[in-house]
Ligand binder design. Structure first.
Ligand code: ZN
Ligand code: ZN
Length: 684
């Protein structure tokens, strides 16, 4: 073969190209095949070469496998957003030459960059920076990669102390790829990122700097220490906007200097960005922290501490209704209820392995009478002790233990978020002990139960994820395969759409996660089903099989809501505070047209209360219109109005949350309508 020809594989088919051909040229020459790579659409903005992301301008070698990366793909979005972060940093240093650069990774829906500046950025500063960014985008500056030695990088970046620190960290172990962090499966809509963000700067086999080259002059307008890859030019950023700024500690540690972080969002089109901004606006209106205060449901007293909520009477009613129904359904499905304490001696978590693997997520211990006691982060070990409290026969299995178990987990104050990420919360936690033969059927009926119950709470759209054996795992491969097959069988039987997250299981067990979409399309992870063949062994639990031999049971961990607090927060946002009648703290408000109708409505209310309906009559001095507005603000499902005509006819007039009205409904029919809606748990 002549030296000036390269044999490469382009999106799956063989090609011969000239030496010196770039990934971008090769992809552009490629005949548009009927089927593009599944994760990329339109013109590629980067390439995957032999599995690694590269710039379109990178030169190919003989034997390379080249795949296009479209801007809409997960990789493409990360590249777009990271490129926007560079433009942000360039604009900031243009306007604030004293600013020192921290890090600037892509995150879910956007990007940020950290700066060491003498003063926090004001809103006007952000406007000016955004304007400067638009200028840079219009110029179409080229992102140009160059490999540098450590020494040269240190010399070039002598004025950037944080970058120098990153050069020093190059190659240190335990760093993950920056792109992984922004997985769309993040359980909340929060964009708080982890601490491994420096990986966008260094960590590859070579140290590289990206220059922003002005196409008019050919001069380097700006540069950054960066692994890349990037878009070809700044003009390839179709839509972006700066969102806000906040303080952030360098590398996430309070021991380090506080930097100023600017957040932005960037999208493959204006339309996609507009959709996202609209979603944010809608999410803001539904924010459970705000509605929780407006509807008097719960609060987070600073005296108690971050991430530790208290439920007010109205929130308490909703929570009790949630829990009561869950209890009832669990009872019907053969669960037995147990109760366990909040703290335990350290030995329990030594046996379970939590202290070895999970200590970072635990509260520190208390010393008492020579022993160390930990607040529990999980209920599992205690349920195992209940199982182990006496000999068990195969006849008792499956044994399904259920508890509303309150646990405490240490979360950094930066990631605590209302009820959806708290430090103390109550799991609707079940542990099912079964024989190996029972595993498959038990999982299938369990998944059915989970989804059925979630539907009853008003959720309709589900997706599941099966996480399988990771590279680092404990146990026998045969056990893993058996458990994975049983989980897959359950998913197939359920009819749920699911994806397989290969290698994403915990090191001790594979699992199914059930995600829901809420009313505005956001995805939340809720239920988890996990097959555990480690803990039973660590605790040495057994049962006596039919042949008299001693066998080890399987254990299924299952949290359905995940945590009640989090589920509560998600429901508040899903319903925008307008709970369906069965969950509403006040289900009916009686509104008299004049004072003389109060007594009549009180009689109607008494009859409703006999049916267990939560009803109030507004006998205040407010005018009727004000009373209607108050009930609307409290999102009460039913207003019952009564005037002279209604009293004469033994009727009431309905006014619904929608504003719709229905007059002259006989009292018995009104009661039937309300009790019927409550009993069927429908949204009205
Ligand atoms: Zn970079
Ligand atoms: Zn568990």
């Amino acid at each position: 073969m002549p030296a000036d020809k390269l044999h490469i594989t382009l999106a799956g088919s063989e090609h011969v190209v000239e030496e010196g051909t770039t990934a971008g040229e090769a992809l552009a020459d490629r005949q548009p095949a009927g089927s593009a790579a599944p994760d990329s659409t339109g013109t590629p903005i980067a390439a995957r070469v032999n599995g690694e992301l590269r710039d379109l301008s990178s030169r190919l070698s003989d034997g390379d496998r080249v795949e296009p990366v479209g801007i809409d793909s997960r990789d493409g979005l990360n590249i777009l957003r990271h490129s926007a972060a560079h433009v942000l940093a360039q604009a900031v240093q243009d306007l604030f030459p004293q600013a020192k650069l921290g890090i600037g990774p892509p995150i879910e829906n956007g990007f940020y960059y950290d700066f060491d500046v003498p003063h926090a950025f004001a809103p006007d500063d952000l406007k000016a920076v955004e304007q400067k960014m638009r200028q840079i985008v219009r110029q179409g500056q080229r992102f140009s990669r160059r490999v540098v030695s450590d020494e040269d990088a240190r010399a070039e970046l002598a004025a950037e102390p944080y970058k120098l620190e990153l050069i020093g960290l190059k190659g240190s172990a335990g760093r993950t790829d920056g792109a992984d962090r922004t997985d769309g499966a993040a359980p909340t809509s929060s964009d708080v990122s982890g601490d491994s963000a420096e990986s966008v700067e260094v960590g590859g086999p070579e140290l590289t700097i990206y220059d922003n080259v002005d196409p008019a002059t050919g001069a380097v307008a700006w540069k950054d220490l960066c692994r890349g890859p990037h878009l070809p030019t700044t003009r390839d950023i179709p839509a972006f906007r700066l969102m806000r700024s906040s303080g952030a500690y360098w590398r996430g540690s309070e021991q380090n200097p506080q930097l100023q972080r600017i957040y932005g969002t960037a999208w493959p089109s204006r339309a996609a960005q507009d959709d996202y901004l609209k979603l944010l606006e809608e999410a803001e209106k539904r924010d459970h922290r705000r509605l929780g205060a407006e509807l008097d449901l719960f609060s987070f007293p600073t005296e108690i501490g971050s991430g530790l909520p208290v439920f007010h009477p109205k929130g308490g009613i909703v929570r009790k209704a949630l829990e009561d129904y869950s209890r009832q359904r669990h009872e019907q499905s053969g669960y037995e209820f147990v109760y366990t304490p909040h703290i335990t001696r350290s030995e329990l978590f030594e046996t379970s392995g939590h202290l070895e693997w999970y200590a970072d997520g635990m509260y520190p211990p208390m010393e008492m009478e020579g022993a160390r006691y930990y607040p529990k982060p999980m209920n599992c070990p205690m349920h195992i002790l209940i199982y182990a409290s006496r000999g068990r026969s195969y006849r008792e299995l499956p044994l399904r233990l259920f508890e509303f178990g309150t646990v405490y987990r240490f979360e950094k104050s930066g990631v605590v978020h209302g009820l959806t990420r708290a430090r103390g919360f109550t799991q609707d936690d079940a542990h099912i002990f079964c024989t190996p033969e029972q595993l498959q059927d038990e999982l299938a009926s369990l998944l059915d139960f989970v989804v059925g119950l979630l539907r009853d709470y008003g959720l309709t759209e589900f997706e599941a994820e099966l996480s399988t054996r990771p590279d680092k795992f404990v146990g026998e491969i045969a056990d893993w395969e058996k458990a994975e097959a049983a989980l897959k069988h359950a998913l197939d039987k359920s009819g749920l759409t699911y994806v397989i997250a290969a290698g994403e299981g915990a090191f001790y067990a594979p699992k199914i996660d059930v995600h829901v979409r809420d009313a505005i399309g956001r995805r939340w992870q809720l239920s988890t089903l996990q097959v555990d063949f480690q803990e039973p062994g660590r605790f040495g639990i057994e049962y006596q099989a039919a042949d008299g031999s001693r066998q080890r049971p399987y254990m299924i961990h299952r949290a359905l809501f995940g945590s009640i607090e989090r589920f509560f927060g998600i429901l508040v946002e899903h319903f925008a505070g307008a709970f369906p009648p069965w969950l509403a703290p006040i289900q009916v408000v009686g509104i008299p047209i004049a004072d003389q109708h109060v007594g009549y409505l009180e009689q109607v209310a008494t009859r409703l209360r006999e049916h267990g309906i939560r009803v109030e009559v507004d006998a205040s001095d407010d005018r009727m219109q004000k009373k209607i507005r108050n009930a609307q603000r409290q999102k009460v499902p039913y207003m019952l109005l009564a005037g002279d005509d209604d009293v004469a006819a033994g009727a009431v007039s309905f006014r619904y949350r929608s504003g719709e009205q229905k007059n002259g409904v006989p009292v018995a029919a009104a009661i039937a309508e309300i009790t019927g809606a409550v009993a069927s748990r429908i949204q009205v």
